[in-house]
Design a binder for this molecule. Structure first.
Ligand SMILES: [Fe+2]
Ligand SMILES: [Fe+2]
Length: 176
């Protein structure tokens, strides 16, 4: 595992922590949580900055593109926040509202049989979508300074991400 950079160590514990020999050693999980916490903060900071620029910008294309980034950043923050809450709950023996739950239950519930069935369909649709959008990308080349290609590229990456998420779900569900 990567070490926490010095600057982040300072952010969490303050500069006196390094000089103080009584500072308890950070456990691996705590260190991991600190890193995620740092990134959660960073995501929040970026969202703020993106929003400021998006609000100030008068060009609708710039606004549209920045809004796409902002909604992605919000997803990043939500994902990192879920990780932090999960680690925090385990470290402090508390129930964190936003922690990830249900790890052990995936193979128990009956409704999961149904979910497993549609998961396969979803994966198929996502993959077909990727193929179609790749074709469309070729025929959209040259239009509007390449903005169609740019948007299609980002949809394809999202769809690839959806396939990964669905395949994870399918793997977990199949264990049942
Ligand atoms: Fe991000
Ligand atoms: Fe999708």
């Amino acid at each position: 595992m990567e070490k926490v950079p010095l600057s982040e160590f300072y952010m969490v514990y303050g500069p006196q922590a390094l000089a103080d020999p009584s500072t308890p050693e950070i456990s691996a999980v705590e260190q991991l949580m600190n890193e995620f916490e740092y990134h959660e903060e960073q995501e929040g900071e970026f969202i703020k900055q993106y929003k400021e620029i998006a609000e100030r910008s008068k060009n609708p294309l710039v606004k549209f593109l920045l809004d796409l980034i902002i909604s992605d950043e919000e997803k990043h923050r939500a994902a990192i926040h879920a990780i932090v809450s999960t680690l925090e709950g385990d470290l402090t023996w508390t129930k964190q509202e936003d922690a990830l739950q249900g790890f052990g239950e995936l193979d128990e519930e009956k409704e999961n049989k149904e979910l497993l069935k549609v998961t396969a369909d979803f994966i198929k649709h996502e993959k077909e979508g990727i193929k179609d959008y790749k074709k469309l990308m070729k025929s959209s080349k040259g239009y509007y300074y390449g903005v169609f290609v740019l948007l299609l590229q980002s949809i394809i990456r999202d769809s690839e991400k959806h396939v990964e998420i669905l395949e994870f779900l399918r793997r977990r569900l199949e264990k049942g």
